[in-house]
Design a protein around this ligand. Structure first.
Ligand code: NAD
Ligand code: DAU
Length: 364
């Protein structure tokens, strides 16, 4: 089996669902269920014995060590993180705690576990760390996209904390020989993304007649990748990636934020038209994000050349699927916005011993 951390979040839940759709290899899913963790994302796995959910913190090294001892996974995939740049500007502490100290605790538990393994299991074991293109900093309009050898230059507390964790992962390979893999991916979008991030926020606000906030001039450029393509890349790196290597993952799809928002408005005009006018009429420019990186772009040729991965979705196909999913899952958005998904957790976990992780076979 494999141990996934952060598997109740956006990418983690897509990964777990995708993994169990293609394989019967069980998943232990360790997630703290912060505001970003939502067991409702894993509802399709309710009652499925291949999915073992543990509510717990990656910073809790004893908990992680106990899980490794008990379940003997062949790999650890670390998705767990504080992931929202704006939140990292308002309150960086949780980002350092989870992204740096949490990754460190996980690495320490993994190292002890791996060192105690038999020869064959030891050779097969992998620690895959899911990271971001934001560690490379910002690009000018004519700069070449980030490659795996681009120097790290993180600019936000979020990207600095992810960069620190990447460095620890690298060091555990070079110092202890831990068989690690790191992926650095661009902006994901798709089902189950928390509506604090640009694309789901714009869809939700548009539908609710609220302003569509564009930071600054809206000419900041991001590379967008549909989440199932990211999950496929992670599976491929786990399967065939070379230990100690990093792989950039991207969609070859750079777009300015304003163009992304206009595309969303056009699609909503087509699929869920307003009584009068276009959703684009709700666009407003607001104060920019402090230290806002101007452009990210990913050179994903290494993963294509070495592992044969490339994205299956274009932005056109992926964004249509995404808008359709959000239109069909108004209830999911409402649950998140009302906080109902959190209240359910309070009820479910109130009388359990959180110190040792509350285990459930996804009865969400
Ligand atoms: P998310 O915020 O949607 O989910 C994070 C999950 O981690 C949540 O379920 C949360 O409960 C859990 N978590 C947080 N702190 C934890 C802790 N201390 N212990 C255990 N669980 C904890 O994030 P996401 O967008 O799904 O991102 C997943 C990973 O992918 C992150 O490492 C992020 O840096 C990386 N990444 C994200 C993107 C993107 O566009 N979203 C792109 C590239 C890389
Ligand atoms: O590049 C990968 C990163 O992408 C991941 O590592 C992060 O976890 C993920 O959150 C994402 O970071 P961004 O800051 O790029 O994503 P976000 O959706 O917050 O913002 C996308 C762009 O849109 C960014 O330039 C800021 C802008 N924006 C965002 C919001 C929420 C707006 O203009 N208005 C908004 O209201």
């Amino acid at each position: 089996m494999i141990l996934v951390t952060g598997g109740a979040g956006f990418i983690g839940s897509n990964f777990v669902l995708g993994w169990l759709a293609q394989s019967d290899e069980p998943v232990i899913n360790l997630d703290k269920l912060t505001y970003a963790g939502n067991l409702g994302n894993l509802q399709p796995l309710a009652g499925d014995p291949r999915h073992i959910f543990i509510k717990g913190d990656i910073c809790d090294e004893a908990l992680v060590a106990g899980l490794l001892e008990r379940y003997q996974p062949r790999a650890i995939l670390n998705f767990a993180a504080e992931s929202h740049v704006d939140r990292s500007i308002h309150g960086p502490r949780d980002f350092v705690t989870t992204n740096v100290n949490g990754s460190f605790a996980l690495l320490e538990a993994a190292r002890a576990y791996w060192q105690g393994m038999g020869k064959e299991d030891k050779a097969a074991f992998r620690f895959l760390h899911v990271s971001t293109d934001e560690v490379y900093g910002t690009l000018g309009p004519g700069d070449a996209p980030f490659t795996e050898t681009t120097a790290y230059a993180p600019n936000s507390p979020y990207s600095a904390s992810k960069a620190a964790s990447d460095h620890l992962v690298r060091a555990y390979h070079h110092t202890y020989g831990l068989p690690v893999l790191t992926t650095n991916c661009s902006n994901n979008y798709g089902p189950y993304q928390f509506p604090e991030k640009l694309i789901p926020l714009i869809i939700a606000n548009a539908r609710q007649g609220k302003p569509l906030p564009i930071y600054g001039d809206g000419q900041q450029v991001r590379d967008w990748l549909y989440v199932s393509d990211h999950c496929a890349a992670i599976r491929r790196v786990l399967e065939a990636g070379r230990c100690g290597e990093t792989y950039n993952v991207g969609g070859w799809n750079e777009m300015a934020n304003l163009d992304v928002v206009r595309t969303l408005c056009g699609m909503l005009d087509e699929l869920a038209p307003k009584a009068a006018g276009s959703y684009a009429g709700q666009i407003v420019h607001v104060q920019d994000r402090p230290g806002h990186d101007r452009r990210y772009a990913i050179d994903a040729r290494k993963i294509e050349r070495e592992l044969g991965w490339k994205p299956l979705e274009t932005f056109e196909t992926g964004i249509r699927k995404t808008v359709e999913w959000y239109l069909e899952h108004d209830d999911w958005v409402r649950n998140v916005q009302s906080g109902d998904y959190l209240r359910w957790l309070d009820t479910n976990y109130a009388n359990r011993d959180a110190g040792h992780g509350a285990e459930t076979r996804t009865s969400a």
